[in-house]
Design a protein around this ligand. Structure first.
Ligand code: GLN
Length: 314
């Protein structure tokens, strides 16, 4: 009997080649072992994600663990494992990540959506209660996870996601193509032209870069793969809050709301920035870990203020 030589085969003691049927399960176990040996914490779970990506099965859904893998898939697994062992984020390797029940395309050049940011979504949903035909601006939109999610959750007339960097902008457009609910605008949020071009908004949402210069030196290895432009908020991490509140507060309609994600411990200062800029109803919202993770403020209802002035005058 002749034995064909398969790529994922090995030589028997008698010198003949036998097909080794690596199943999905074998591969996941072997990847998990290599990851665990290298000190990765959720090794089994990550192994499933890498194998699913390399072999083209959905590791988060139902799959048959005894399915045999093809030789190219096995090679691909080894390549993805090698990338992960350099601490490149799993999200970049598999090319997507879930955020608020949707899956966003991500890769080098765009910030990875984080569960922390779901706090901002919850605050936006709360502030939008009973409101219709909203115009929403998502500044520093990156993958678009905030704007697209809100565009699909709220009663919006228009959601515009503003992103400055071309690479991130490509991901933003692809994610909008997938889910709709928003449009993409290539521009710098600190540029007056961008501000003039965009419409008055009922809601401005933003997850700006907010890590301090000092903390940028001590990032987790994975985070160093992400664009520093999306992470670094200057000396005290607050540069973008100061600039965006100053430049964009007048783009809020009456009763319009501005909502920022904030880094741990920044909520007080961001609230101060908003109060000093004349926004009202300024408050913070906690994330699941109990950290104040977002801050919101409202543009004063000027009509009411004027009304009181008139009444006083009479
Ligand atoms: N939450 C991110 C981190 O700590 C930072 C994102 C940002 O700067 N907006 O890695």
């Amino acid at each position: 009997m002749r034995y064909r030589r398969y790529e994922n085969s090995h030589r028997t003691r008698r010198g003949r080649y036998e097909l080794v049927n690596y199943t999905y399960k074998d591969i996941i176990n072997s990847l998990a072992q290599k990851l665990a040996e290298a000190g990765f914490e959720n090794s089994y779970w990550e192994a499933g994600e890498l194998a699913g990506c390399a072999l083209g099965f959905n590791c988060r859904g139902k799959f048959d663990p005894l399915t045999p893998a093809d030789a190219n898939g096995v090679k691909m697994c080894a390549m993805l494992l090698a990338r992960r062992l350099t601490h490149e984020p799993l999200q970049y390797i598999i090319g997507e990540w879930d955020f608020y029940s949707r899956t966003f395309e991500v890769g080098p050049g765009v910030l990875i959506p984080r569960a922390d940011t779901e706090t901002l979504i919850e605050q936006a949903v709360k502030k939008a209660e009973g409101r219709k035909d909203l115009t929403v601006l998502d500044l520093c939109a990156g993958s678009g996870c905030i704007g697209i999610t809100l565009g699909n959750l709220l009663d919006c007339e228009k959601v515009i996601c503003v992103e400055k960097y071309e690479t991130a902008f490509d991901y933003l457009k692809r994610n909008i193509d997938r889910y709709g609910g928003a449009e993409a605008f290539l521009g710098d949020v600190l540029d007056k032209k961008t501000i003039e071009t965009l419409p008055q908004a009922d809601m401005i949402v933003c997850n700006p870069p907010y890590i301090t210069n000092a903390d940028m030196q001590k990032l987790q290895k994975e985070v160093t793969f992400e664009p520093k432009e999306a992470l670094c908020g200057g000396e005290d991490g607050l540069d973008f809050y100061r600039d965006i509140v100053r430049l964009w507060k007048n783009k809020l309609k009456r009763d319009g709301v501005m909502i920022f994600e904030t880094g741990a411990g920044q909520d007080d200062e961001v609230m101060q920035i908003m109060i000093q800029a004349g926004l009202s109803d300024v408050r913070a919202r906690r994330d699941m870990a109990g950290i104040n993770r977002c801050v919101s403020g409202k543009r004063e209802e000027r009509g009411m203020v004027n009304l009181y002035v008139q009444l006083d005058g009479k």
